[in-house]
Design a protein around this ligand. Structure first.
Ligand SMILES: Nc1ncnc2c1ncn2[C@@H]1O[C@H](COP(=O)(O)OP(=O)(O)OP(=O)(O)O)[C@@H](O)[C@H]1O
Ligand SMILES: [Mg+2]
Length: 474
């Protein structure tokens, strides 16, 4: 067998009391696409951060093309041909696409010792070539802040490709992408693999597994527990391996107190729309449909009074987390008024409420004083959602509520959303996951080019294929 392009041997990593990696080993061959799976907190991001030089291991070895490698920083890993696209969006909103692609690595020309000029034109030509190679359309001079989520993610992917890569690591690239965006990403990944790049691909979307990867590596509690050919990995077996402790799926729809009563009015498509209690309305659309900004724009347009009765979560997790603040503070952030007594924060009451939510959402670690940056991506997502269950909200605007959470947590969250509806809550939901829409919604509004189409009603229940059909995906 030829030498693997990347091999890691027995990586171990502790963060204080957390044993994040326990003797984790894996290897990748040239041109191979491998899925890395595991529950939230299993150690996937930590393992790949060590491979990309972002985190130093306590012990263990990394070999690139059979040679021992020591990465003190990401620049060392990049020089060795290893790039990682992180789980959270990291683009500079006030720089252009072109500047973001080369942020920190614009090619320079040395004029005199210590004096260099940035070779802007050259990097521009390179960027153009990169776009053409992969058939991607992106306006190089647009500010990144004005791009869609999927476009920002493409910028991050392309940034990794401005260097020569042998190994590309994608940490949950599709967590909030819709069908066509996923297909575009897959096209790029396959083209890279064809050129000999090894791709390590982290995902919680099991349906993608057989479509994109040839092999799957499963992690649990910081170590690799299974490696199988993707096509041999049946859904049942996979779900079981990924934590079969899920609650029963959302059940039949019964009578709901106050159902149909109108609650807060939400501005949608330029119109004040009354939202009804006991109902979940879903929105779905393809690339450029405007669905991804629909709920955030609606939330921004609310006046202060209404805002206090409306909870909101967006697919762009990074913009809503206070990373250096504790889980407790992040949970309480929207409710400070509720927990203040004569101008003081009622810590004891907040702690009691937080403890209940940590249990209900299975947030790990469950210590409310841990800073958010120490949580895995999926657990951060749980905190962001859980905060809206600390006080009773009239309406929840949920964009990609289960982005990045594992199979078990996803079912748990869907059950919590459905329970909220049953208790008379109103929900507007946008999701790129058609199964999620079919599970949770009373009606689904397809959006095409910013215009809402005729809603599809639940009737006796709809399925994901029906939704795809309405969107013109099939
Ligand atoms: N900087 C840190 N400080 C302390 N603990 C950390 C830190 N980073 C990660 N951890 C812990 O290490 C463990 C593994 O986390 P990691 O982010 O690697 O999980 P993951 O498999 O990527 O999960 P997810 O699917 O939720 O993204 C978790 O228990 C997490 O809380
Ligand atoms: Mg992660």
């Amino acid at each position: 067998m030829s030498t693997p392009v990347l091999e890691v041997r027995q990586l171990d990593k502790r963060f204080g009391a957390t044993h994040a990696l326990r003797s984790a080993s894996l290897s990748l061959a040239r041109g191979e696409i491998v899925a890395l799976l595991g529950e939230n907190g299993a150690g996937k991001s930590t393992l790949t951060k060590i491979i990309s030089g972002e985190v130093a291991p306590d012990t263990g070895q990394i070999l690139v093309d059979g040679q021992a490698a020591h990465f003190g920083a990401t620049a060392d890993a990049i020089a060795a041909g290893i790039s990682r696209v992180p789980q959270e969006l990291q683009v500079f909103p006030s720089l252009t696409v072109h500047e973001n692609l080369y942020a920190g690595s614009m090619p320079e020309r040395r004029l005199l010792p210590g004096v260099a000029s940035v070779r802007r034109e050259m990097s521009r030509r390179n960027a153009q070539r990169l776009l053409e190679t992969f058939g991607i359309v992106l306006p190089l001079d647009r500010l990144c802040g004005s791009l869609t989520f999927a476009q920002k993610q493409l910028v991050m992917l392309l940034r990794a490709l401005t260097h020569d890569v042998k190994v590309l690591i994608l940490d949950e690239p599709t967590a909030a992408l819709e069908y066509k965006e996923v297909q575009l990403l897959f096209r790029v990944v396959r083209e890279l693999a064809r050129r000999g790049v090894a791709v390590l691909y982290i995902t919680h979307r099991l349906s993608e597994l057989r479509e994109i990867s040839s092999r799957a590596i499963l992690m649990r509690d910081g170590t690799v527990v299974r490696e199988v050919a993707s096509e041999q990995y049946g859904d049942a077996c996979l779900s079981h391996d990924l934590g079969g402790h899920a609650p029963p799926p959302v059940g039949r729809r019964g009578a709901v107190p106050g159902a149909g009563q109108e609650t807060v009015s939400i501005p949608l498509f330029g119109q004040a729309t009354r939202v009804r209690r006991g109902e979940v309305t879903g929105f779905s659309g393809l690339l450029g449909s405007g669905v991804e900004n629909l709920l955030i724009d609606a939330f921004k347009a609310l006046d202060g009074g209404a805002r206090r009765r409306v909870g909101y979560i967006s697919g762009e997790r990074g913009t809503q987390v206070f990373y250096d603040a504790s889980i407790l503070r992040n949970l309480c952030a929207p409710h400070l008024k509720m927990f203040s007594v004569a101008g003081h924060f009622n810590e004891a009451a907040a702690r009691r409420a937080a403890a209940g939510l940590i249990r209900a959402f299975d947030i790990r670690p469950g210590d409310p004083d841990r800073p958010m940056r120490e949580l895995s991506g999926g657990n951060q997502q749980k905190v962001l959602l859980a905060r809206w269950f600390l006080a009773r909200m009239d309406v929840l605007l949920l964009a990609e509520p289960t982005a990045g959470v594992d199979v078990g947590a996803k079912l748990l969250i869907q059950k919590i959303i459905d329970d909220y509806r049953r208790e008379g809550g109103a929900v507007l939901l946008s999701s790129t996951d058609y199964d999620e829409l079919a599970t949770l919604c009373d009606r689904i509004v397809p959006i095409v080019k910013g215009v809402p189409g005729a809603p599809i009603d639940r009737g006796n229940g709809f399925n994901a294929d029906e939704i795809r059909h309405a969107l013109g995906v099939l």
